[in-house]
Design a protein around this ligand. Structure first.
Ligand code: SF4
Length: 89
């Protein structure tokens, strides 16, 4: 009888640890995808640049046709934000 009780405690422990591991892994996966890029408002992104020689199309972070390595969402090649940096020539 004692052995069965110990067995049940072990099963509960394994279930608790396993459940915690699954929840932690899911949380890390969500956090990883959510924090990968910054929101457009956070870097003052605008769809049309007011800087004559600086726009997303000539930024090091721009990914054709309409994305950015650093900023979330659809990015226009004519756009601009405060973390613009020149693309290597
Ligand atoms: S200026 Fe550069 S960093 Fe900013 S949104 Fe455009 S491509 Fe991304």
């Amino acid at each position: 009888m004692v052995a069965r009780s110990d067995d049940m405690k072990t099963r509960r422990f394994v279930l608790k640890v396993g459940s915690a591991a699954v929840v932690t892994a899911a949380g890390l996966a969500v956090a990883g995808t959510a924090s990968a890029k910054v929101p457009q408002k956070g870097v003052q992104y605008v769809a049309v640049s007011t800087k004559p020689k600086s726009n997303c199309g000539n930024c090091a972070n721009f990914v054709k046709p309409n994305a950015c390595k650093q900023v979330d969402g659809v990015i226009s090649p004519q756009g601009y934000c405060m973390i613009w940096s020149p693309a290597p020539k």
